[in-house]
Design a protein around this ligand. Structure first.
Ligand code: SF4
Length: 192
């Protein structure tokens, strides 16, 4: 199945065109993914039922399975452990600040090949690169939670598991996706 978070807007347009859908449908779906951050095609209320059913049958709205979600005692930090489809585990962290900003620290690899001696991930060794969709979806996951609480993700840092530049192509694609055109960016700043 196609993970919709693995597709650029152009690729989504191509997919829907191959289903005989007009180009504006891709923009509608994109908006449901990144602006509304829905996790179920049935919530895409301006799409025809037949298209929602096909999306449900042939695509996935993300692949991250939360294994544990832990909150710090003061509630400012949330640490999530996700299982990927092949069983690999990755960690993502959301940090809230007193001035109302929220920063998501997301992973770009399962494990890491750099072997920094001070780092637990480095001692685990390298498992694999994450896809652009797997990187993007971590930010979407936190942004969805914040949005449901009337808040907004302000920053994304690529300082979770992995060395982003070792997974250059997928990381760059994810950054482009997170800075998507038409003002649908999830967060105002991305850094490493
Ligand atoms: S995750 Fe970062 S700190 Fe840890 S081993 Fe990799 S590059 Fe080093």
């Amino acid at each position: 199945m196609t993970n919709l978070y693995n597709l650029s807007l152009e690729e989504l347009t191509e997919l829907l065109a191959s289903w005989d859908q007009p180009a504006y449908r891709a923009r509608q779906v994109w908006e449901w993914l990144y602006t509304h951050k829905v996790s179920d095609p049935d919530a895409m209320s301006n799409l025809p039922k037949s298209l929602r059913e096909r999306l449900r049958a042939e695509t996935q709205l993300g692949v991250l399975e939360p294994v544990t979600v832990r909150h710090s005692r003061d509630g400012s930090t949330t640490k999530a452990l996700f299982r990927l489809q092949d069983g690999q585990l990755i960690e993502s962290v959301l940090m809230g600040y007193e001035d109302g900003r929220y920063t998501a620290c997301i992973s770009t690899q399962a494990g890491c090949a750099m072997g920094c001696v001070f780092c637990a991930t480095g001692q685990m060794g390298f498992a694999r690169h994450l896809s652009a969709g797997e990187i993007v979806e971590q930010a979407v996951w936190f942004a969805r939670d914040l949005q449901n609480a009337g808040k907004r993700l302000s920053n994304i840092v690529l300082m979770g598991m992995g060395e982003p530049l070792h997974n250059y192509d997928a990381t760059l694609e994810a950054i482009h996706r997170l800075n998507a055109p038409m003002g649908w960016a999830l967060a105002s700043a991305i850094s490493h």
